[in-house]
Ligand binder design. Structure first.
Ligand code: GLA
Length: 347
């Protein structure tokens, strides 16, 4: 057992492909250069962590049978979720620091889960660690999230976005062209009702698939048109068209067709707004503002929606001006980064 471990996990921003992961579909997120580090001195039977973002520590026994979602303070739910999912052989004393905005839709919770799982000695490949941390998220938050966030955090590749097939869990790195930059901007509204509304959207997608008798991954527009329930039809249409947009976006990035990629982001936002109903007035206004800004190739909401962040693809050199205009406390130029990693520190 090493004396001291530092595990770092990046956050992620999704460039395109939202609300498709739990439908066995396609997503294209990238790990970013904002993230969370857990430093731990392993030992004992309790995980005890302090956080730079909360006055109260998280204290969880490794054999705890308490319900993770009821742990206090609130951030300790994620610690309890990881402990319940990973079942580490030893606890540890340590601390958490993060450069990610918390709860903004950049997967601060997935970053904490993965960094902590690795610090606690969780073994396995990117998919295995991601699955354990997805389960930790389910236990901690009660939100039936897909695999995108945790898998992007474990599998990130510097300079690349990741095309993830959420059926096979195959990860294909797609280079982000050097003449493009990615900017993330908070809409100003904290994400609200994410838990219940997210679960309701997922249930609608599953109801549409059950009605059609096939996963939406395999459905085509003609199948969708046959759905008689107008709400299920719109939800399914989003998933089917979004999967197609992810494929086209990956091809556009690979070909260096940045205007083409940007146009797909704008279409994705309209679909999330009109068919999937997960945008907010603030996100719509933000995406419109970004879309009309110099050097912006395309913009959309990113992640679950219901508040949180927008993402823009911009021409190289245009990102900093956007950050300056919108304010560095709510806008960030983010770089495609490597996935989570562990270091043994000298005592
Ligand atoms: C959240 C979930 C992901 C995914 C997105 C929407 O980030 O954690 O699994 O479903 O929403 O694409």
């Amino acid at each position: 057992v090493p004396e001291r471990i530092a595990a770092h996990a990046p956050g992620r921003v999704n460039l395109i492909g939202d609300h498709t992961d739990y439908a066995q579909g396609l997503v294209l997120p990238m790990a970013i250069d904002l993230g969370t580090t857990v430093t731990l001195r392993p030992g004992g039977t309790v995980v005890e962590l302090t956080s730079a973002d909360d006055r109260e520590p998280a204290v969880v026994a490794i054999d705890s049978t308490d319900t993770p979602s009821e742990a206090t303070p609130a951030w300790a739910r994620y610690v309890a979720g990881v402990v319940a999912s990973v079942r580490p052989r030893s606890g540890g004393l340590g601390n958490v620091t993060s450069t990610l905005p918390i709860g903004a839709g950049l997967s601060s919770s997935a970053a904490l889960e993965v960094a902590l799982a690795l610090a606690l000695g969780c073994q396995g490949n990117a998919v295995e660690v991601a699955r354990l941390c997805q389960r930790a998220e389910h236990l901690a938050s009660g939100v039936p999230c897909g695999i995108m966030d945790q898998l992007c955090v474990t599998a990130g590749v510097a300079g690349h976005a990741l095309l993830i097939d959420c059926r096979s869990l195959a990860v294909t790195p797609v280079p982000v062209p050097p003449d493009a930059e990615v900017v993330v901007v908070h809409s100003g509204r904290a994400r609200t009702l994410v838990g219940s509304a997210y679960a309701e959207r997922r249930a609608a997608v599953e109801a549409a698939a059950a009605t059609l008798g096939l996963p939406l991954r395999d459905a085509v527009q003609a199948d969708v048109a046959g759905l008689t329930d107008p709400v299920l039809r719109r939800r399914a249409r989003h998933v089917v068209t979004e999967n197609a947009r992810v494929r086209s976006f990956a091809a556009a990035l690979t070909a260096g067709d940045l205007p083409g990629a940007g146009a797909l982001m704008v279409e994705s936002h309209a679909s999330l707004r009109d068919d999937f109903d997960v945008s907010t007035p603030e996100l719509d206004a933000l995406v419109e503002d970004l879309s009309g800004s110099p050097g912006v190739l395309g913009a959309r909401l990113t992640g679950a929606g219901f508040g949180g962040c927008g993402v823009a693809l911009v021409e190289r050199g245009a990102g900093q001006a956007l950050v300056t205009r919108l304010g560095p406390s709510r806008a960030w130029v983010v770089r495609p980064s490597a996935g989570a990693s562990v270091d043994e520190l000298s005592p």
